[in-house]
Design a protein around this ligand. Structure first.
Ligand code: GLU
Length: 423
């Protein structure tokens, strides 16, 4: 059996998956190759070198990227990833998905993504702060509350956002809270932002189970990833009555057919950094967890984990993409053939950027909302998007991914057409 990491490395380049999804949408909508080429090409890319003076005095140089895929509907928006696996093509794919995600949930942004090829786990906080500040100052000309608004992603956190905000604000000469989202509350972050992606994943997962005639109460669930997205998703699903029987992370997986005690698991992960070794469970292979016979599978880690190789053995009735791009194009075809419902990333994990939008609106107005307001607006936007994707798919005989991408591409193209081409 392939380990999770090996499966990921043998997966296709995420940019080819993203481009294949765009091509399918272009075919559905009957758009010409000129529009296709515009939407396939990032609007702006910046690659910078990020030298770091390490704590021991030595110098190391990292590479960072910021890709703004599309600006037709508003400023660019998207996370910043710190991972040794970051490549320019990965950042391009993630930026394209952000364009579709923002258009799909109808928030006034284009799409962007950033990344630094660095393993944040092997650096001190002081080193990460220096890397972040240097990267920020390199990309300073292209970011800003009306240009491009970074947010957390894999390997970054609200601390990273605070450093970016400070670096930008020092250069500007005054405090600019709207330059990033996912900030600490004390710096103008939004209530409900930290758990927003997970809350949104849970909202659509429950809707998708019901749509397939599966009661959420007692629905057996596997979640891959126990970080920013997976961890709170397990909690929200459990609160709704689902039974989380396995949790996987990059080090392995744990299984308990009676359901995992998530509070205790949280404490174990806080203490050890991994789900592996959790006492009240059986230890299983990380890749095998994806193939357990369950109602609901939530890949909430990285892209490219469901591939042509393992998809035939994945038997979950419903797959909800907490991560960006976890399903390759080949795996997607297998799930369609096997009548498994896949709720695509740009819908399923859009809760994060929806509340990022709420945070930006609040920061720009310097007026903060209560948590109930944030959460009820998030819920209604997620569920209305779910219903429109479902209706669009049903009316045209499309999968949810095809429908979601086509709807988004249609909106971006409409904005582009109304604005016209310069010059
Ligand atoms: N990184 C998150 C995503 O992939 C959030 C992006 C944002 O809030 O701008 O959707």
């Amino acid at each position: 059996m392939l380990s999770m990491e090996t499966a990921r490395l043998t997966a296709a380049n995420p940019l080819s998956d993203a481009t294949a999804q765009l091509d399918a949408a272009i075919a559905t909508l009957g758009y010409d190759s000129g529009i296709r080429d515009m939407l396939a090409t990032p609007r702006r890319e910046m690659t910078v070198s990020v030298p770091l003076r390490a704590d021991d005095g030595s110098i190391r140089v990292f590479t960072g990227h910021r890709v703004q895929h599309n600006l037709s509907r508003g400023p660019a928006k998207g996370g910043l990833r710190y991972s040794p696996d970051v490549t320019l093509d990965e950042v391009r794919a993630l930026a394209m998905w952000m364009t579709w995600k923002c258009a799909l949930v109808d928030i006034p942004y284009g799409g962007a993504k950033g990344g630094i090829t660095i393993d944040p786990r092997v650096h001190s906080e002081a080193e990460l702060e220096r890397v972040t500040r240097r990267y920020t100052s390199e990309i300073l000309p292209i970011i800003g509350p009306e240009r491009d608004i970074p947010a957390p992603d894999i390997g970054t956190s609200e601390k990273t956002m605070a450093w970016i905000m400070d670096t930008y604000s020092v250069a500007t000469g005054y405090t600019v809270p709207g330059v990033v989202t996912g900030k600490p509350l004390a710096l103008g972050g939004s209530l409900g932002r930290a758990s927003a992606t997970s809350r949104g994943v849970a909202h659509v997962a429950l809707a998708a189970l019901q749509h397939r005639g599966i009661s959420p109460v007692g629905a057996t669930t596997v979640v891959q990833g126990f970080g920013k997205v997976g961890r709170d998703t397990t909690r929200f699903l459990c609160e709704a009555g689902a039974r989380v029987v396995a949790v996987a992370d990059q080090y392995g997986a744990i299984y308990n057919s009676a359901g995992i005690d998530l509070d205790r698991l949280g404490a174990h992960v806080d203490a050890t950094g991994s789900v592996v070794g959790f006492a009240r469970s059986e230890s299983i292979d990380g890749a095998a967890a994806l193939e357990l016979p369950v109602d609901l599978l939530i890949p909430a880690a990285v892209e490219g984990v469901l591939t042509a190789e393992n998809a035939p053995r994945v038997t979950a009735r419903v797959i909800v993409e907490g991560a960006n791009g976890p399903t390759t194009t080949a795996a997607d075809r297998i799930f369609v053939a096997n009548d498994q419902l896949v709720v695509p990333d740009i819908l399923a994990n859009s809760g994060g950027v929806i509340v990022s939008y709420f945070e930006w609106v609040q920061a720009n107005q310097a007026y903060w909302w209560g948590v109930e307001e944030v959460e009820s607006r998030l819920r209604s936007r997620m569920l209305s998007t779910w219903r429109s994707v479902l209706a669009y798919a049903d009316a045209r005989g499309l999968t949810l991914r095809e429908a979601a991408t086509a709807l988004a591409v249609e909106r971006v193209t409409e904005a582009h057409r109304l604005r016209g081409m310069y010059p």
